[in-house]
Design a binder for this molecule. Sequence first.
Ligand code: SF4
Length: 456
Amino acid sequence: MHALPMQKAALLCRNEGKRRMNREYKVGVVSLGCSKNTVDTENMLGYFVSQGFEITSRAEEADVLVVNTCGFIDSAKSESIETVLEMAEYKKQGKCSILAVTGCLPQRYMQELKAEMPEVDIFWGVKKYDEFTDAVIAKLNESAPFTDCNVPRVLTTPFYSAYLRISDGCSNRCTYCAIPLIRGDMCSVPMEKLLQEAERLAKAGVTELNVIAQDTSAYGKDLYDALKLPELLNKLTEIEGIHWVRLLYTYPDTVTDELIETIEKNPKIVNYMDLPIQHVNDELLLRMNRRGQKKDIIRIFDRLRKSESKFIIRTSIIVGFPGETEDSFRELLDFVSDYGIDRLGAFTYSCEEGTEAAGFDEQIDEEVKERRLHELMMLQANVSSKLNAKRVGTECELLVEEIEDGYITGRTYAEAPDVDGQVTVPLRGRYDIDVGDYIKIKITGADEYDLEGEII
Ligand code: SF4
């Protein structure tokens, strides 16, 4: 990184009025051009320090990077642009969340730069650097409204388990879904921030991380132009104290072989695949604007079923989508019965204002929807009973969630929090077990939702 007038800035400023909220943020400024520009940079740094920011000369550790440019002659303009692009690389890598360009160049070419450099968050001219720092603070709050390790978080889950939200919004456009209208396109949280958040959670006693998002398997596509979930999962398991990492809400077409192999190879990532498919009829999948067809869903299910890792598969299904005929509903029932889905969340189609599907013809009567839902759930109770019965005699780890009246209740790798059943195990005089412990058990009994076991 270019040399920064750091000490000077520190000397010019006193920290009175330092705001606690910015204390953890680091800012790095690259100062280009003449000595007059250097003074502007010094003033700017002064404002940052007075707002509680820490100044860094290392671009890789800055949360905010500012290039204070010179636009006087062509070579200075080129140098400015090259420097901005160089700094933009740090933003891609994760730590930096705000890239700002100030000084002469934006003063002269504000509109052109805005159009040509979308990677820059703020362009600012040559004046009012106090307002500039306010704009940076506002942007920081806006760019990290969730999962920012600096934002205090009060866990509402038990002390040993937490959700880690890795992105917000969704860039898919399923015709029935209002989420993209509400939350916008997918915005992945930089990996470094997620790892910091996970470390903080682990230090607070969390051992089970449940990785969530609207579309978890697409993680990184927007930020790194690559599917980064396998890398993220592996890194999460390296954090001291993390015992289980569970993946929820994947989208079939981004459940790659690499992702499945990552789960198979890493014992800390539980063999549980939450794979919402919504339907299997090709015509309906198209109307839903889901990517992939029935054959693609079957390919993943076959892959998971053939795995030696004994994957538990959860999915969600919508019945009564506009245009669902009795035949296409039967096709769905056949699939559920043939492919043996362990966990199923089924819903009747709900017509959401503003979505494309709300305007579709062939809407289905509520009565028919309810009847189909009931039929599907009856079938699933049967399927689930059989699959749970197959687990009798197997050994696994149990996360202890409650100890009461001589019994432990908890979850194994096969049960996600909140949505799946529980396993009950008699305590039989054991006093050395606490809530949050992982113990070895053998499954001894099962019904369609819950299981029984014994300590081994
Ligand atoms: S259903 Fe899921 S994948 Fe489809 S648009 Fe909504 S949030 Fe995105």
